[in-house]
Design a protein around this ligand. Sequence first.
Ligand code: MF3
Ligand code: CO
Ligand code: CO
Length: 250
Amino acid sequence: MEEKNSKEAFKKTREAGLIAAGALDEVAKVIKPGVRTDYIDEICYQYISDHKAYSAPLFYRGFPKSCCTSTNHVVCHGIPSGKILKEGDILNVDVTAFKEGWHGDTSRTFEIGEVSIKAKKLIKTTYEAMMKAINIIKNDIYIGDIGATIQDHVEAEGFSVVQDFCGHGIGKQFHKEPNILHYGKKGTGEKIKTGMIFTIEPMINLGKYETKTLNDGWTAVTKDKSLSAQFEHTVGVTKDGFEIFTLSEK
Ligand code: MF3
Ligand code: CO
Ligand code: CO
């Protein structure tokens, strides 16, 4: 509750969010076929350190790297490694900056070189679903309204919404209540209130919605091996709408 309606919470999350978005802008500059995912991790680590912040994923519950790199059928929590990106891959990079005690969490899905028309449509639809959901945010809407907005948009295109992972409250803690489901029914669940800060981060699959986690304990993949895309923003609820804290300056 200490964060509710807090000017400080918004100010600090804005700062952390800008750094996280800036790290993704740096990543965007170097991404191309032939690049290793642990090079992307280095870029994130360096950019965030240079801005006097920490990479929240590093050592979070034992996670070994500074960001998540999730390619193709990896839904989320891919671990940066010697894996080399190739033409036609899709890659989500998820970064979280921790600055002066507050978090900013954001991700984007990038195209590596030229990707298939299906992959392009999946990425576009995922981004649109996130933005559509963000655009309805204001005091007193229901969490179910957010989920329904995403699910309607995505299923109309024939894609599916991952149910095993959700958005989350964020602030001094990386992950806190409430859970923001990316599917659901209008008018259900908890109400969103002015001052709340949370993420919206839909993971959308080309095929079925089911996921499984690999033996490394982190990497989540689609069960049917179909492609999966994701975007994430950290948002705050204002008196008459919302603020996105993780927009790129560009
Ligand atoms: N950034 C992810 C999220 O959106 C969480 C990553 S946790 C990690 O919530 F440990 F995998 F990095
Ligand atoms: Co998140
Ligand atoms: Co994230």
